[in-house]
Design a protein around this ligand. Structure first.
Ligand code: NDP
Ligand code: 2IT
Length: 445
């Protein structure tokens, strides 16, 4: 496989799509050996077919604010690959959203969903709409307008969207309401639904819990646990919340959370009532990071910095892509961090990943370590098909098993001769093989 040529061609076709090119490059590097050893992948044009989305939907989303002013945002859905199941992946509402970011997320989702062992293809979507500072009425009207265009292209056996940055339970409710009205069907078309209308218990916690379960498995390979460990977390959204909760349950001490303009350091640890307080702040659409320091004065807010400068044993980046750079990685390693488990998608830059691997620390890439969210979405789809709800213990047990199995797949394909497990390589190869073989079985389509 000529990776340089493939990347050059892709760059020409996708100029300026930095995040997308970054994600493809990482996967190609990891799978190069496997592709070279198995000529039937090249003979079937697998790589060329895998890096081109099945289709890209882009549409206008007009909406009216509370003062009667008209706004137009851009909506997207990238249906990337459905070789192993219906398209599946989140929707992101954030002003930074563009084609490159959604293509990178959709591409990553193919391999992540394959790793879960559930039948789900890869997709992603969203809009450059910013839900921050908007009233509930404005968010509702935006979601309704978004769905007015999207509904024709999705369905429980075709494409099943869910949440991501800026899309939580509230937005899923508004989107689902409009879908239901347009189709006159009450089906499992979105996941992350409310518990009384088809949702699954544990889905809100699933990505964060799953990320910690994955980290637990990595730590186990070194005879370590979370007990007594100092943990740095970034972000404080859906994923970070679940991760903080699980780490504190397992006896670890979370000392940071962050937002786009800085981080909070709480030397006493973030647990119990502090987590509840943060949740209240989030529900009020307020900034969650700074007000925390007014309520708990031992904590301090560090403006404009990343939490990775804080001494910790374990780091869980749970905010956004490329939020942990080479300098951050160097500081983490220098300060004795032994494990990094990515709750967010691609939070570490390629240079940071190189530092982790060179220093042989436990590094769980997002597509493996944060697969608990989409796995539990898959479990929500299963419950919808069966028209029943599992108890939270049942869902949590299945989630735990899935994360343990993903860890085992990464070890199977990522163990190097010197014994070090390269989880990036392991996750990419394991995710790729299943999809590539399914594509071969199904012919050139
Ligand atoms: P949320 O919108 O719930 O939270 C995002 C968090 O990240 C917020 O605390 C936000 O701060 C912070 N944040 C956003 N942009 C930046 C930035 N540029 N710098 C620093 N912090 C930032 O999203 P999720 O928790 O759902 O998603 C977080 C990450 O996890 C994303 O990478 C997402 O793709 C990934 N993910 C999500 C899954 C899910 O099930 N939700 C599943 C798997 C992965 P503020 O609110 O102050 O803007
Ligand atoms: O990145 C992700 O895996 C998600 N945002 C969750 C996707 C899903 O369909 O639950």
């Amino acid at each position: 496989m000529n990776t340089d040529k493939i990347m050059n061609d892709l760059e020409k076709k996708s100029p300026g799509e930095v995040e997308y090119l970054q994600a493809v490059h990482e996967v190609l590097e990891s799978i190069q050996e496997v592709v070279n050893e198995n000529p039937h992948f090249e003979a079937n044009g697998i790589i060329e077919r895998l890096i081109e989305p099945d289709r890209v939907l882009m549409f206008k989303v007009p909406w009216v604010d509370d003062n009667g002013k008209v706004f137009v945002n851009r909506g997207y859905r990238i249906q990337f690959n459905n070789a192993i199941g219906p398209y599946k992946g989140g929707l992101r509402f954030h002003p930074s959203v563009n084609l490159s970011i959604l293509k990178f997320l959709g591409f990553e989702q193919i391999f992540k969903n394959s790793l879960t062992s559930l039948p789900m293809g890869g997709a992603k979507g969203g809009s450059d709409f910013d839900p921050k500072g908007k009233s509930n009425g404005e968010i509702m009207r935006f979601c309704q307008s978004f769905m007015l265009e999207l509904w024709k292209n999705i369905g429980p056996e075709c494409d099943v969207p869910a949440g991501d940055i800026g899309v939580g339970g509230k937005e899923i409710g508004f989107l689902y309401g409009m879908y239901k009205k347009l189709t006159r069907e009450h089906t499992g078309v979105l996941t992350g639904k409310g518990i009384n209308w088809g949702g699954s218990l544990i889905r809100p916690e699933a990505t964060g819990f799953g990320n910690v379960y994955f980290a637990q498995e990595m730590l186990k390979t070194k005879g370590e646990t979370f007990e007594g460990k100092t943990v740095a977390v970034s972000g404080f959204g859906n994923v970070a919340w679940g991760a903080v909760k699980k780490v504190s349950e397992l006896g670890g001490k979370v000392v940071t959370i962050s937002g786009p303009d800085g981080y909070v350091f709480d030397p006493d640890g973030i647990s119990g009532e502090k987590i509840d307080y943060l949740l209240e702040l989030r529900a009020s659409n307020q900034d969650v990071v700074k007000p925390y320091t007014y309520e708990f004065p031992n904590a301090k807010f560090v403006q404009g910095k990343h939490p990775w400068e804080v001494k910790c044993n374990v780091a869980l980046p749970c905010a956004t892509q490329n939020e942990l750079n080479k300098e951050d990685a160097t500081t983490l390693v220098k300060n004795g961090c032994i494990c990094v488990s990515e709750g967010a998608n691609m939070p570490s830059t390629p240079e940071a990943v190189e530092i982790f691997i060179e220093n042989r620390i436990l590094f769980g890439p997002g597509k493996a370590a944060n697969a608990g969210g989409v796995s539990t979405s898959g479990l929500e789809m299963t419950q919808n098909s069966m028209k029943l709800n599992w108890a939270s213990e049942e869902v949590d047990k299945r989630l735990h098993e899935i994360m343990t199995n993903i860890h085992a797949s990464c070890v199977k394909y990522g163990r190097e001769e010197n014994g070090y497990v390269n989880y990036v390589k392991g996750a990419n190869i394991a995710g790729f093989l299943k999809v590539a073989n399914a594509m071969i079985d199904q012919g050139i389509v």
